[in-house]
Structure formats: structure tokens, C-alpha cells
Design a protein around this ligand. Structure first.
Ligand code: ARG
Length: 278
């Protein structure tokens, strides 16, 4: 199956499920597919570089269960927060009917690697207040795996404000509607709530979202297919999870930063679910 077609099918499923803001993002990508050379849309995550094997030991990919290669089935990212639990975006799980339809890939940054491990899913949970008070607010969900994965749980939930630069990684759109088999990584400036509100108005909920991007120039961003994956901060040499890839208008456009679910805001709610599952 060709790469572009696979992902249009995937994104189409999200639209069918009635995702308002995601549909908006999708419209941008579709327009771009017809005009690959749009000025406001730079090629290459967008603007990143391949992640090294082992660089993000908590990063995993979500895939549809069933036939096809991992590369063909990947549709979102995720982050391992305990041996058996993956944190991702609610909008990634919203399109999944049953745990049987979902798998998690771990063990390599390369979806084509022989070291890649596919793990089945026992249960998943969407934030109760997902889409409240605005669309895509509280965009987080959890996946309970059938067995432990060979990944390192990340420390969760630092406030982003103390960091100038964050880093994100995933298998999403490179910006030209192609998708890498090796996860891309990217360092991206933190964008404060005031600037993000200026960019997005009421669509931005400062309580549950944070922003990152090169506001002035664009060119670097997460993009479709990166959703659910981590945005992290380097705290004294240790990576800490601060957010979850969620949405944006287009990708890597100047003036339109990437928006991420702000994990520090729902740390407590995550713990409650973990307790239920233990
Ligand atoms: N909604 C997208 C997904 O499902 C992620 C979009 C991130 N967009 C951005 N400009 N940072 O994969």
C-alpha cells in the first residue's frame, strides 16, 4: 500500500468520527497534498532529524491490529509511563472501538526494524473531560498493555514554563505528506500562553494546553501522525514528559505553533486511572 494513501485513510477515519479541530488540521494537510509547494509549509516531524536508537526509550508507536506492516499500521505516538501503561492523546483513542483493534510497537525507533515488538492491549481510557471546556482540551488517554514492554517509563508532568526549549519525536508527516520509518526528533522553542492565545484565540485553553514552535519563522513542528507522542524537557540531563502532541493549524506554519496537552494539569487524574488498573 502506498504511504500517502494509508495515512489519508487513517486521518479520514478521524474526520468520520467527528473531530472538529482535527478535521481542521486535516483540511490543511489535504490542501497541501494538492499543492506540495505551498510557501507556508516547509518540508521536513517537520524540520527534524532521525532519532537515534535508544534516544527516547519511552517513545512507542500506536498501531491498528491486523494485517500489514507496522509502518503501514502506525497512526499515533505514545509514551510509556509504567511498565504496562502508555500515555497518549484522547483523540488517538477516540477512533478505536475496542482494545482488540489496538497494538503498541516498542523496541526500536525504526518501524521496519526486526527488533520491533508488537504488544496487544487489555484496556484503554479516555479522559472524562476530553473536549471540555473547548475542543481538544484534556486531550489525553491511557492504554493498559497485556504485558510489560521493553521500554523505560518516563517521569511525568513538569510545568513547561521553566524551559526555553522542548523536544518532541514521532513518526508523523514530514511536511510533504510522506512518513518516515525511523522516528524523527526535533527541538522546539516553548511558546508562552499569551502568545499562543494571540495565535489561536478561544481555541486555546491555557489550563490544559501548552504550545511550542518557531512563532516567527515556522519550519519546525510536530505534524499528523505524531499525535499522542511526547514533548519533553531535559532537566539536568534527564528527560521529563511535559506534554502530548495534540493539534495545530497546519504544521510548522509561522504564527501557528504546535499545541500539546499539558500533562502537569492532569497528573492527578492519570494517577487515579493507574490506581484503578493496579
Ligand atoms: N492531530 C495530529 C495527529 O493526530 C497532530 C497535529 C499536530 N500538529 C501540529 N501542528 N503540531 O497526529
Amino acid at each position: 500500500m502506498d504511504r500517502k494513501r494509508k495515512h489519508l485513510v487513517r486521518i479520514g477515519a478521524g474526520v468520520a468520527a467527528g473531530l472538529g479541530a482535527v478535521a481542521l488540521v486535516w483540511t490543511g494537510v489535504a490542501a497541501n497534498a494538492e499543492e506540495p509547494a505551498a510557501d507556508d509549509f516547509e518540508t521536513k516531524i517537520v524540520g527534524g532529524e532521525p532519532a537515534e536508537e535508544g534516544q527516547y526509550p519511552s517513545l512507542v508507536a500506536l498501531g491498528h491490529a491486523g494485517a500489514g506492516t507496522p509502518f503501514e499500521r502506525q497512526f499515533c505516538g505514545g509514551t510509556v509511563i509504567t511498565e504496562t501503561v502508555v500515555l497518549t492523546a484522547a483523540h488517538c483513542l477516540e477512533v478505536v472501538d475496542s482494545p482488540d483493534d489496538l497494538v503498541v510497537f516498542s523496541g526500536s525507533v525504526d518501524l521496519d526494524s526486526e527488533d520491533l515488538v508488537e504488544t496487544t492491549v487489555a484496556d484503554f481510557h479516555l479522559a472524562h473531560d476530553y473536549n471540555e471546556p473547548v475542543d481538544l482540551a484534556n486531550d489525553w488517554g491511557l492504554i493498559l498493555l497485556d504485558e510489560p514492554v521493553d521500554a523505560e517509563p518516563i517521569d511525568v508532568g513538569t510545568e513547561p514554563e521553566e524551559f526555553d526549549v522542548l523536544e518532541t519525536a514521532g513518526w508523523g508527516n514530514l511536511g510533504d505528506d510522506t512518513y518516515p520509518s525511523v522516528a524523527q526528533r526535533l527541538e522546539v522553542p516553548f511558546v508562552g500562553d499569551d502568545d499562543c492565545e494571540a495565535a489561536y484565540g478561544d481555541e486555546f485553553d491555557a489550563q490544559t494546553m501548552l504550545c511550542a514552535g518557531d512563532l516567527e519563522n515556522g519550519g519546525i513542528d510536530s505534524c499528523d501522525g505524531d499525535s499522542g507522542g511526547p514533548i519533553m524537557a531535559d532537566k539536568d540531563g534527564e528527560l521529563i514528559l511535559v506534554g502530548i502532541v495534540s493539534w495545530g493549524h497546519g504544521c510548522a506554519e509561522a504564527g501557528n505553533p504546535g499545541v500539546y496537552a499539558e500533562v502537569a494539569d492532569f497528573n492527578g487524574a492519570i494517577d487515579d486511572v493507574l490506581e484503578d488498573w493496579s
